[in-house]
Design a protein. Structure first.
Length: 317
């Protein structure tokens, strides 16, 4: 029987444009090489986890508009349970416009109409979190749904013995220190980029000391994402620095979400540390070869194939 994961966050509609180059300057004309329109935001992790074979439930808010209904249909087709996802009457669902250049980092332009989240956890959200094997949230959940609601959800998961996965993302810079510290205290597995880790804990610590300092905040496992350089993972008394896989990069938009979904799957499957590190790097490597996330999120077979192509043992997949 597939294990269940609850994802707290708002799905959005992504428009990803593959650009020749950035920055764009006034008067410049250039061709859009390709584009993707489809689910993004929390939908990336939802679909990524479902494609790995997990039972996935969505908690969050969308507008009761055409975009919101379209997102629900996409998620339903991927096998995601959307029964507890709130549709706000009269609300408009957020859109994100992403300019992705052939080289360099993408530019994100967000349209986020106000969607009022509930001030406290609805009863069915509490039940879903308590009954799940894993619970995932991120920094965008904190800013779009309110950090108080996320804090309540994390505390509920912790009290129920549900494994808590948290990725603060670039929002680590704006999350209030007190609630953020409480979320970290109740987190089982923390994922963040090296830049985000150093923003959270300024200084010149080497990776082992940086991860250890983060684990002192509460998480049992820390994953420091290093882009093309791979990842560093520290778990109890074990640690591994795994180099990234050399692949052609098309778009990095959903790489972090692919890693997040793979981490939940690997944890629940009790992968050992070398397997987990290879899995996370492979998930990210598959994702960066595709345009956008959502409907282009990696499936289990694609990740396994990449591991085999890289000469890695993939029988745990």
């Amino acid at each position: 029987m597939a294990q269940s994961v609850v994802v707290l966050g708002n799905p959005v509609l992504d428009y990803v444009l593959e650009m020749e180059r950035l920055p764009a300057t006034p008067g410049m004309r250039q061709e859009v090489r390709a584009f993707y329109v489809g689910p993004g935001g929390a939908a990336n992790v939802l679909i990524g986890a479902a494609r790995l074979g997990l039972q996935v439930q969505a908690l969050g808010v969308v507008g009761d508009d055409g975009v919101g209904r379209r997102l629900l249909k996409w998620l339903d087709c991927e096998g995601v349970n959307t029964g507890a996802l709130l549709q706000l009457s009269g609300g408009r669902t957020p859109r994100v416009f992403i300019l992705s250049p052939a080289q360099g980092e993408p530019v994100f332009l967000g349209y986020h109409p106000k969607l009022d989240a509930p001030p406290s956890l609805p009863g069915d959200w509490c039940d879903a979190i308590s009954q799940a094997a894993a619970f995932y949230c991120d920094g965008w959940s904190c800013t779009r749904l309110g950090i108080s609601l996320v804090q309540q959800a994390v505390q509920r998961a912790y009290a129920a013995g549900t494994a808590v996965f948290f990725d603060p993302g670039p929002q680590v810079h704006v999350c209030p220190a007190g609630p953020l510290a409480d979320i970290l205290h109740h987190t089982t597995a923390l994922t963040l980029t090296e830049e985000e880790a150093r923003a959270l804990l300024p200084g010149s610590r080497a990776l082992p000391e940086l991860a250890a300092a983060l684990r002192e905040r509460g998480p049992r496992l820390v994953v420091i994402k290093r882009g093309a350089q791979g990842c560093y993972i520290q778990w109890d008394d074990e640690a591994i620095l795994h180099p990234g896989f050399c692949v052609p990069v098309r778009d990095t938009t959903a790489a972090g979400d692919a890693v997040a979904a793979a981490l939940v799957w690997g944890w629940l499957r009790r992968c050992d540390l070398p397997q987990l590190a290879a899995l996370l790097n492979a998930a990210g490597a598959v994702a960066v070869q595709r345009l956008g996330g959502g409907l282009n999120m990696p499936c289990r077979a694609a990740i396994k194939t990449l591991l085999q192509q890289q000469g890695k043992v993939a029988d745990f997949m």
